[in-house]
Design a protein around this ligand. Structure first.
Ligand SMILES: [Zn+2]
Length: 210
């Protein structure tokens, strides 16, 4: 496995995981994201809902996130033919990058005018997106054993790295797939980290706003 960490135009981390650690075609160093992309401003928070007895995430900036894009606007396709996507390489094996519209962020600051209270806190954590293949509509069951091994290695890598962050208590890996469950993109594995208290309460409810 070859692991190559880089940065997108707005500063988010992107990591390539490649099956072939020797081929020049998987050399990712020097691939640049040429988009004019400003860092997104996001200050998600968690609020305690006394009626439901659970914490919910409030991430208003996600109203502007990419939603059901056409194939021509798909951000998970490789960058080809002059069209720049979230993945600057012309092809990839497995790739992980920080979500541009995260519901948890590292800085832990509430929006201006939103003082911290016992029932309202900054939503600290990190949300990452993983794509299993550049042909990302392919279901995992049709991937080669080598690719599935690489996906597992990437999960292990990211779980270990996120667990080291001081504000992370637990790491969740889950897959969103298909329009039927209301996701914005197909075949995406998201790695999300956050506080254990949110995780425990989410096990009883999947309420996430928006
Ligand atoms: Zn695509």
């Amino acid at each position: 496995m070859r692991r190559t960490s880089s940065r997108l135009a707005d500063g988010r981390e992107l990591i390539y995981f490649d099956e072939d650690s020797t081929s020049a075609t998987t050399q990712r160093v020097g691939i640049v994201d040429h988009r004019d992309l400003r860092p997104s401003r996001s200050s998600p928070e968690i609020r305690y809902d006394a009626m439901l007895d659970e914490w919910v995430t409030i991430a208003s900036h996600r109203q502007d996130r990419t939603h059901l894009p056409t194939s021509g606007d798909c951000p998970l396709c490789p960058s080809q033919g002059g069209r720049q996507t979230e993945i600057p390489a012309e092809s990839y094996d497995v790739v992980v990058f920080e979500n541009r519209f995260p519901s948890l962020t590292a800085h832990g600051e509430l929006p201006p005018g939103h003082p911290s209270r016992a029932d309202r806190r900054a939503a600290q954590g990190r949300c990452e997106v993983m794509s299993f293949t550049s042909d990302h509509d392919t279901p995992m069951s049709r991937l080669s054993p080598a690719r599935v091994r690489l996906i597992l290695d990437a999960w292990i890598d990211r779980s270990a790295a996120l667990a080291e962050l001081p504000y992370v208590e637990q790491v969740f890996c889950f897959e969103n797939r298909g329009e039927a469950i209301g996701v914005t993109l197909a075949t995406v594995m998201l790695v999300r980290s956050g506080s254990r208290s949110i995780a425990r309460r989410r096990s009883r409810s999947t309420t996430i706003v928006p």
